[in-house]
Ligand binder design. Structure first.
Ligand SMILES: Nc1ncnc2c1ncn2[C@@H]1O[C@H](COP(=O)(O)OP(=O)(O)OP(=O)(O)O)[C@@H](O)[C@H]1O
Length: 240
């Protein structure tokens, strides 16, 4: 396959997401048009319930748009978790696995050998300042420590886009600042784009672009691209 000739990694073209039907329908995201390019540093900002998480899940391919399109033209194929890494609001660590095993798991599932996966996991844990917790179980971690492990789990994959959903929401101010430092440093080292959802202006001001969201509407995120995205399928193994 030829290398893609665009630096647009994610493209949303009038992408909307509605949950439920009839009088119970909730429009979480009205037609959003935006794009994420290599090197972007974007904060999607808005109050609780404004649709930030839903838009991020659309960008990740974890949700299908109910109308409009989402594509990943920069990859020349549907994005995988190794292309677009997601840090979720809740750390979602596997209780029976220790911290190093949790951080290594996505790599192992993607086919990386266990020794190499562990090496990269330990390096990522070191980068977020929790290497000393490698042998702990999730139940032994504070909320802030667990969230940093969740960040390391994505960083270990080395994605070209990092999507972080309220990554500091459960952290105190100092720990949250450190997590944003780590996300910015890692995005720079990887040459990755970084998109963070947040309601916290002190987090938003650390990113280069701020995209306001209000009641499911994305305001002036970017200039619409005349070309629709090349791919619309969901990622392999993701929920439909
Ligand atoms: N799976 C779902 N089923 C039904 N409604 C949903 C679902 N997910 C989100 N919603 C609704 O869609 C709207 C947007 O939710 P979303 O979580 O995207 O907002 P948000 O800005 O990320 O909020 P928060 O910061 O509190 O997570 C809300 O009204 C929410 O209740």
């Amino acid at each position: 396959m030829n290398a893609p000739s665009t630096d647009i990694l994610i493209h949303c073209h009038d992408a909307a997401r509605t949950y439920g039907e009839g009088e119970n329908a909730v429009v979480a995201v009205h037609g959003a048009t935006c794009r994420v390019r290599a090197g972007d540093r974007i904060a999607i900002m808005g109050p609780s319930g404004s649709g930030k998480s839903t838009l991020l899940h659309l960008m990740a391919g974890l949700e299908r748009p109910t109308s409009g399109e989402v594509g990943w033209p920069g990859f020349g194929r549907p994005a995988t978790a190794r292309d677009v890494g997601v840090v979720f609001q809740s750390p979602s660590l596997i209780p029976a696995l220790d911290v190093a095993e949790n951080a290594a798991l996505p790599l192992v599932l993607a086919g990386t050998g266990e020794a190499e996966a562990r090496r990269r996991a330990l390096s990522a844990l070191d980068a977020v300042g929790v290497a000393d917790l490698a042998d702990k179980l999730p139940e032994e971690l504070s909320g802030g420590q667990a969230q940093r492990v969740a960040v390391a789990r994505v960083l270990a994959l080395g994605p070209r886009v990092i999507l972080a959903d309220e990554p500091t929401g459960q952290l105190d101010r100092a720990t949250g600042r450190h997590v944003v430092d780590v996300l910015l440093d890692t995005a720079r080292e990887l040459g990755a784009a970084l998109v963070v959802t947040t309601h916290d202006p002190t987090v938003g001001e650390r990113l280069t672009e701020r995209w306001p969201m209000h009641e499911g509407r994305l305001a002036a995120a970017s200039v619409p691209d005349p070309a629709p995205p090349a791919h619309t399928p969901a990622r392999q193994g993701d929920k439909q």
